[in-house]
Design a protein. Structure first.
Length: 78
């Protein structure tokens, strides 16, 4: 990884007074970006969405709970 200095070089920037000040009416130099500041690209990004295994397990539990509640309700009626 290489280091990039985000500050402009005062000797090479136009419109700067001695000491780095900007005269009235002059636009200051733009800031440079820091390439190391962004998010890191991971080699193994997780997949988006639900995987088949956990989704199937959750649906099976929901169906079993619904069947149990329906069976309990029918047992109370009869």
């Amino acid at each position: 990884m290489t280091y990039v200095n985000p500050d402009p070089e005062p000797r090479l920037s136009t419109g700067l007074e001695p000491g780095g000040g900007v005269p009235p009416g002059e636009t200051p130099p733009a800031e440079s970006s820091m390439p190391e500041a962004g998010p890191q690209d991971l080699p193994n990004n997780p997949a988006k969405g639900w995987a088949k295994g956990p989704l199937t397990l959750i649906l099976a539990v929901v169906v079993l709970v619904a069947a149990g509640l329906l069976g309990y309700a029918l047992a109370l009626i009869y």
